[in-house]
Design a protein around this ligand. Structure first.
Ligand SMILES: Nc1nc2c(ncn2[C@@H]2O[C@H](COP(=O)(O)OP(=O)(O)OP(=O)(O)O)[C@@H](O)[C@H]2O)c(=O)[nH]1
Length: 392
C-alpha cells in the first residue's frame, strides 16, 4: 500500500526527468508541483485531518494547487535546467516546501485554524474534501487552462488541463484512496504523455510545415497493402525563390504548398520527403481518381494568390530603419507551381521501387516544362500527362 501511495511521486519524478531532458519548461514545473502536492495530500490524509495542523496544511495545499498551476500556465517554455528555469522551479516549489516546513513544527499551522473562512471549512458534500473556497479558485484556473487548450490545441495544454482536473477530483475524493490514488497517478502520467507526444512530433513531424516527416513515410510504406500509388511533388524553381526573396520567404512558400497539398482529395497521406519535395501515398485508390486529384491540387497551388515582400533589400541599417519607420514594406504577388510524378504499384514491387518510378515521372514532368502531373508505369501505354496553365 505504501508503494501505491508513493507512485504519484515516482511518476512525477519520471515526468520531470523526461521534461527536463527534452526542455519542456512548463511540463517540468508542473511535474514537480504535481508530485510535491500529491505527497502532501497523501501525507495529510494518512496523518489524520482531525488534527488542526494537518487540516490547515491540507486546506492551504488545496488552495496552492490551482494558484501555482495558474502561474505555470502563463510561463514561457524555458529550459528547466538553465538559471531562469531553476529560479522558476524554486518559485513553484517554495509554497509547498514552506507549508511542509511549518507543518513539521507542531502547533504552528494549527494556530490558523480559527482564522480559516467558513468557505474553506464547508466542503462540497459529506463524501467530498473539496472546500467551496478551493473550488472557487480551481474553477477560473480550469477555465483558463481549457481556453489555452482550445486555442493552442497542443498536447502540453491538454496534459496541463487534465492534470489540474485530476488533482481537483483527487482532493474531492481523498477520503476514498481507491479513487483518489489513481487520480493522483493520472496527473503526472498525463504530463509524461505530453513529453512523449513532443518526442513523437520531433521524430515524425516536420517542424516547418507541420506535415509528417520522412520517418513517418517509412512507417507508412512498411504497412501498405497490395494496391497503392505514390506521388512525388517538387516546387518548381524553388532555388530562385530563396535567391530572390530570401530563405524565410522560401519557408513561407513551403508552408503554403504544404497547406494546399493537405487538401488533396482521393484520401492521400502527405509527407515532406525533404527539401522542397513532398510525397503523397494513395492506398487502395483508383489511378484515374488519384491523377485527377493531383492535377486539381497542382492547379490550386498555381492559382494561390501568394504575396511575398519585395526583394529590394535595404543597403544599410539606416536605410532599413527608415523604410521600417516609413511606409510598410512593399509586397508583390508571385506564382508558385509544382511538378508531380506518380507511379502505381505493379505486382510484387517494393515501395522503394515505386518511389523511384514516381521520381522518374517527376523528372520527366520537369523536363517537359514543369507545372504538370506525369505518371510512370512499366507498361508505356499507362504513361500519361496532365497539364494546364503556364510554368513559373
Ligand atoms: N527556404 C528553404 N529552402 C530550402 C529548404 N530545404 C531545401 N531548400 C532549398 O531548396 C532549393 C532546391 O533547389 P533545386 O534542387 O536546385 O531545385 P529547384 O530550384 O526547385 O529547381 P527545379 O526542381 O529544377 O524546378 C535549394 O536552394 C535548397 O537550399 C527549406 O527548408 N527552406
Amino acid at each position: 500500500m505504501k508503494l501505491v501511495s508513493s507512485l504519484p511521486l515516482l511518476i512525477s519524478a519520471t515526468a520531470f526527468m523526461l521534461a527536463a531532458g527534452f526542455k519542456r519548461g512548463r511540463i517540468a514545473l508542473a511535474s514537480c508541483h504535481v508530485g510535491l502536492s500529491a505527497y502532501i495530500l497523501v501525507k495529510a490524509v494518512s496523518s489524520g485531518l482531525d488534527r488542526p495542523d494537518t487540516y490547515v496544511l491540507f486546506t492551504l495545499t488545496s488552495l496552492a494547487i490551482p494558484a501555482i498551476h495558474a502561474w505555470i500556465l502563463i510561463q514561457r517554455d524555458t529550459s528547466p535546467l538553465c538559471r531562469k528555469g531553476i529560479a522558476k522551479l524554486a518559485v513553484t516549489l517554495a509554497p509547498s516546501c514552506a507549508l511542509l516546513f511549518m507543518w513539521s513544527r507542531p502547533g504552528l499551522l494549527g494556530q490558523w485554524m480559527p482564522e480559516l473562512s467558513p468557505t474553506l471549512l464547508e466542503t462540497l458534500g459529506e463524501h467530498s474534501l473539496l472546500s467551496i473556497g478551493s473550488l472557487w479558485l480551481f474553477a477560473p484556473v480550469l477555465g483558463l487552462s481549457l481556453l489555452l487548450t482550445l486555442t493552442r490545441r497542443t498536447a502540453d495544454e491538454i496534459a496541463l488541463f487534465g492534470a489540474l482536473a485530476a488533482q481537483m477530483l483527487a482532493i474531492s475524493l481523498l477520503k476514498q484512496p481507491h479513487l483518489s490514488t489513481p487520480l493522483l497517478i493520472a496527473a503526472p502520467a498525463l504530463l509524461i504523455f505530453a513529453v512523449i507526444s513532443h518526442i513523437y512530433a520531433m521524430a515524425f513531424v516536420d517542424s516547418l510545415t507541420g506535415v509528417p516527416a520522412r520517418r513517418a513515410l517509412e512507417h507508412k510504406l512498411a504497412g501498405l497493402g497490395r494496391q497503392y500509388g505514390i506521388a512525388m511533388l517538387d516546387i518548381d524553381h524553388f532555388k530562385k525563390f530563396n535567391d530572390t526573396y530570401g530563405h524565410d520567404v522560401g519557408d513561407q512558400v513551403l508552408r503554403m504548398v504544404a497547406t494546399q497539398l493537405r487538401k488533396v482529395q482521393a484520401g492521400g497521406s502527405l509527407f515532406r520527403y525533404g527539401g522542397e519535395e513532398f510525397t503523397i501515398v494513395f492506398n487502395g485508390r483508383k489511378e484515374e481518381e488519384v491523377v485527377a486529384a493531383l492535377d486539381e491540387v497542382r492547379q490550386r497551388v498555381e492559382h494561390y494568390p501568394m504575396r511575398v515582400r519585395s526583394p529590394q533589400r535595404p543597403r544599410s541599417n539606416r536605410q532599413g530603419k527608415q523604410s521600417r519607420e516609413g511606409q510598410a514594406q512593399e509586397s508583390e504577388q508571385v506564382t508558385v507551381t509544382i511538378s508531380i510524378g506518380v507511379a502505381w504499384r505493379d505486382t510484387d514491387e517494393q515501395p522503394s521501387v515505386v518511389i523511384k518510378r514516381a521520381d522518374k515521372a517527376l523528372y520527366k514532368a520537369k523536363g517537359a516544362g514543369r507545372n504538370r502531373v506525369m505518371t510512370d508505369g512499366p507498361d508505356p501505354r499507362r504513361q500519361r500527362r496532365t497539364r494546364s496553365g503556364a510554368a513559373a
